[in-house]
Design a protein around this ligand. Structure first.
Ligand code: ATP
Ligand code: MG
Length: 542
């Protein structure tokens, strides 16, 4: 495991992977604590009225073994997909652990998914079972006929039409002979997460058990080396995403830190600060969009007791120097930004303790991962030259492949490098600066412009709460930059305000980056993971 160090060189010098021949995520996150210390808190469930229930590692172990026995008795076999459609709660972890113990594949699904998204993922994956709640059952009912593979529906809210109660299955499982956790290898399938679908249809990224070990160095860096005496840890991200599940829940549990479960229907900045203060949250993972919303709350340190908060990590979109500077000022924290993808997560990271933190950079390669910025011909780009972020295979954090799409998987590798489709440049000190997703790059008068820098500049204007920059067709320059802005509270959209923001951009950006036009919007189109869908702004579908 990665050891804390005061410099990047020291971090990388001593690191090497330790991937055992037999490895099961459930044993590694739960049994490692539940056997010696069954009373160690694992999940702090916060009810809507603010009351907190503590679920221990011992309870997670007993419940997940019982559920695994119950699922097995109902015919769920190794490699079957077990969907989990639940808001943040201990049930989510119990369902995941049960699937891992069975050698089955956990398939997390986000609560925000509508009928089409659910049908697509359940049908595409051929899910055999699903663990869900009353809200999930209601969404599922009209889809059941179209999902012949889905033979077992388990409800955490008691028995229902066509669904068995989780509590009954667990109770029965506890009575039967003790379930033995399946012996798995690190490369055996454990988990399938669909990508955000920012660029098109979401793809099922299948991961082996090793994926958790692959996350640990990046997790330790971005969260600034937490340990068993820290916690609780909190994220508003749905635990169905790599961001919630693998940047927070599983590694925290593995390190012995308790995780806060608090379902939010939508992100509320005031409630987020209150929660972190009331529960004395020590480590939080907040995607850039959430941080930008927190930025609207004035004087947070004066209003909320955030003295327990040691570190905030962030990933999923570019953080940008503006939001980084805000956190240093308003929260007195250095955000640990990381970069990754559902397929290959946490390969670049910043880390305060190791002195790896530079505004506007997503950090440096995490020890254990070989990350390069490549030209189209496969050679390495020079200093500050934009190229594609690539990760050398094999790598424990790299997925096994897209579900049922071997060709789509193969297309993303070249000479043993996993090609991310993201453009970045590396500065003279080896820090990586994100430029944009390949398909979000703007081609203007022979320049390739990334939206990241433009959006960060717009955010520095006092009237701007959120911003997006896209390319729109132009007969002369191929494309010109167009900005979309959500104004801050207290600012009313007007031509004068637009002109003022564009003039501000002109003072700060290179001439070719300056937006030629600006539209105000009440909201920006976002994926359920809180990423701006620039494609929709470009197409005019949003
Ligand atoms: P899809 O692949 O379905 O189009 P997606 O790529 O948005 O969706 P995810 O795997 O959730 O799905 O997101 C990974 C992407 O998020 C990365 O490829 C990158 O574009 C972006 N990203 C992640 N971290 C950062 C970061 N620190 N800075 C900038 N972009 C980031
Ligand atoms: Mg992607």
């Amino acid at each position: 495991m990665l050891q804390p160090a005061a410099s990047y060189d020291e971090l990388t010098d001593h690191f090497r992977w330790e991937i055992p021949e037999r490895y099961n995520i459930a044993a590694d996150v739960c049994d490692r604590w539940a056997i010696p210390e069954p009373e160690r808190p694992a999940i702090l469930e916060v009810a809507l009225d603010g009351t907190v229930a503590t679920i221990t590692h011992g309870a997670l172990r007993a419940r997940s073994l019982a559920l695994a026995a119950g699922l097995s008795a109902r015919g769920v076999a190794p490699e079957d997909r077990v969907a989990v459609l639940l808001p943040q709660s201990a049930h989510v972890v119990v369902a995941h652990l049960a699937a891992y113990r069975l050698g089955a594949v956990a398939l997390p699904l986000a609560g925000l998914f509508g009928a089409d998204a659910l049908r697509y993922r359940l049908a595409d994956s051929g899910a055999r079972a699903i663990v869900t709640d009353a809200a999930g059952l209601a969404k599922l009912a009209p889809l059941r006929e179209a999902l012949p593979d889905l033979t077992l529906v388990v409800s955490v809210d008691g028995p229902a039409d066509g669904a068995e109660a989780l509590s009954e299955i667990e109770a029965e499982g506890q009575k039967t002979k003790k379930f033995e956790t399946c012996v798995t290898g690190p490369d055996d399938p454990a988990l399938m997460i669909y990508t955000s679908g920012t660029t098109g249809l979401a793809k099922g990224a299948l991961h082996g058990h090793r994926v958790l070990l692959g996350h640990m160095p990046g997790f330790l860096m971005m969260h600034d080396f937490p340990g068993p005496t820290d916690g609780p840890v909190w994220t508003p991200s749905d635990w169905a995403w790599a961001g919630g599940l693998l940047n927070v829940v599983m590694p925290s549990l593995r390190l012995g830190m308790a995780v806060v479960a608090r379902p939010f229907a939508r992100f509320e900045p005031e409630a987020a600060f209150r929660l972190m203060a009331d529960l004395w949250v020590s480590h939080a993972f907040l995607p850039p969009t959430a941080l930008r919303m927190l930025r609207a709350v004035a004087a947070p340190r004066e209003r909320f007791d955030l003295s327990g908060l040691r570190n905030i990590a962030s990933a999923g979109e570019a953080l940008g120097p503006e939001t980084f500077a805000w956190a240093r000022d308003a929260l007195r924290l250095t955000i640990g930004e990381a970069y990754g993808q559902t397929e290959c997560n946490l390969v670049l990271a910043a880390c305060r303790r190791a002195g790896v933190a530079r505004p506007g950079s997503t950090g440096r390669p995490v020890p254990g991962h070989r990350v390069a910025v490549l030209r189209a011909d496969g050679s390495e780009a020079g200093v500050d030259e934009p190229g594609e972020i690539a990760v050398k295979a094999p790598d424990p954090v790299l997925f096994l492949g897209y579900w049922n799409q071997p060709e789509a998987t193969a297309k993303k590798f070249r000479d043993g490098w996993w090609l991310t489709g993201d453009t970045a440049r590396r500065d003279a000190d080896g820090y990586v600066h994100f430029v944009g997703r390949e398909d979000d790059l703007i081609t203007s008068a022979a320049y390739r412009i990334g939206p990241t820098e433009i959006e960060d500049c717009l955010l520095r204007h006092p009237a701007v709460a959120l911003a997006a920059a896209v390319g729109v067709p132009d007969s002369l320059r191929t494309e010109i930059v167009k900005a979309f802005v959500v104004p801050r509270e207290g600012f009313t959209p007007s031509d004068d305000l637009a002109a003022d923001i564009l003039a501000f951009a002109k003072r700060h950006l290179s001439a070719h980056e300056v937006p030629r036009s600006l539209d105000f919007r009440e909201t920006l189109p976002m994926t359920t993971t809180g990423k701006i869908i620039r494609r929709a702004l470009r197409d005019g579908t949003a």
